[in-house]
Design a protein around this ligand. Structure first.
Ligand SMILES: NCc1[nH]cc(CCC(=O)O)c1CC(=O)O
Length: 328
């Protein structure tokens, strides 16, 4: 199998490309999606999945405080790249930490699926139809804060696990409704479980939500050339603006931060939010920049939030280094 450095004596593309992926249904779907696209683009190329159980997966039911460590879901895949057990790693962009180990980078961001949050319930058709005091499941402080702003009477209960587990807990009768990313539900063909798409002015999505990214060795041009056609420039500009905001806020952590960018003609339009988990205070920003200045839009959004006191809100939260992957 030829991977890593190109063999200078031949000009042939590698015949096998290995994708590192977690074993959750959503991770496998995303890896299969990339595999399918690559095989379609490069006839003769064989793509293999290298599956691994991350420490985050093993600890899915443990309280967050006990988990610690940044990007548990991503780390195991990065080890596989660094140890040449895989050529690329496929991630949900929402779960990708802000920095990469030396020698690795995010080379491709694929076209985004529906970025919105989804309301899922076996009884109620929408957030507004929930009765007083109903119980909503989510462990995302971002979702909690926005839901409580809209409906202060609701009770938010802890809900973790992968998409299938969360749906099973809903079906168990533990919640009146749960909130999940529409993208994951659509990909796993649970679209018919979505009772309501929460518009972005009700629930602003997390940075990167709905987009898949590909990480690999930054010097591996052979692999980069193979995967580059999957890059979607419009999605990338938006997701990189969102990530620039989060990075400037130092908010890859378990914090109520939302960031969502859209392209409008030649401009990037970025909305950001930082809130108290109980919705007692919610800060917002809207930035419009020329599309090429997506990074600047993100930095400016963060600075505007910091001017309004975002730093104090974030500093007051219980310290945790968990990323979105653990809680969203
Ligand atoms: N951390 C879990 C996670 N990571 C990405 C998605 C959804 C798919 C996506 O945003 O691409 C989910 C589940 C969810 O939020 O419901």
């Amino acid at each position: 199998m030829m991977t890593g450095k190109a063999d200078s004596t031949t000009q042939q593309a590698p015949r096998t490309l290995r994708i590192a992926t977690r074993k959750s249904a959503l991770a496998l779907w995303q890896a299969e999606y990339v595999k399918g696209k690559l095989e379609e683009l490069h006839p003769g190329l064989t793509v293999e999945l290298v599956t691994m159980v991350s420490r985050g997966d093993k600890l899915l039911d443990a309280p967050l405080a006990k988990i610690g460590g940044k990007g548990l879901f991503v780390k195991e895949l990065e080890h596989a790249l660094l140890e040449d057990r895989a050529d690329i790693a496929v991630h949900s962009m929402k779960d990708v930490p802000m920095s990469f180990p030396e020698g690795l980078g995010l080379e491709v961001i694929c076209e985004r699926e529906d970025p919105r949050d989804a309301f899922v319930s076996n009884t109620y058709a929408s957030l507004d139809e929930l009765p007083q005091g109903a119980v909503v499941g989510t462990s995302s402080l971002r979702r909690q804060c926005q839901i409580l702003e809209h409906r202060p009477d609701l009770t938010i209960n802890f809900l973790r696990g992968n998409v299938n587990t969360r749906l099973a807990k809903l079906d168990d009768g533990q919640y009146d409704a749960i909130i999940l990313a529409a993208a994951g539900l659509i990909r796993l063909e649970f679209q018919d479980r979505i009772r309501q798409f929460l518009e972005t002015d009700v629930s602003l999505p997390a940075g990167g939500q709905g987009a898949v990214g590909i990480e690999c060795c930054t010097g591996d041009e052979e692999i980069i050339n193979l995967i580059k056609p999957l890059h979607h420039e419009q999605t990338a500009k938006c997701v990189l603006a969102e990530r620039a905001m989060n990075r400037t806020l130092n908010g890859g952590c378990q914090v109520p931060i939302a960031s969502f960018a859209e392209l409008e003609g030649e401009q990037v339009h970025l909305r950001g939010l930082v809130g108290q988990p109980d919705a007692s205070s919610i800060l917002r920003t809207v930035q419009t920049f020329p599309a090429e200045q997506y990074e600047q839009a993100g930095i400016q959004a963060a600075e505007h939030l910091l001017e309004q006191g975002a730093g104090e809100i974030l500093a007051a939260l219980p310290h945790s280094t968990a990323t979105n992957a653990d809680t969203e």
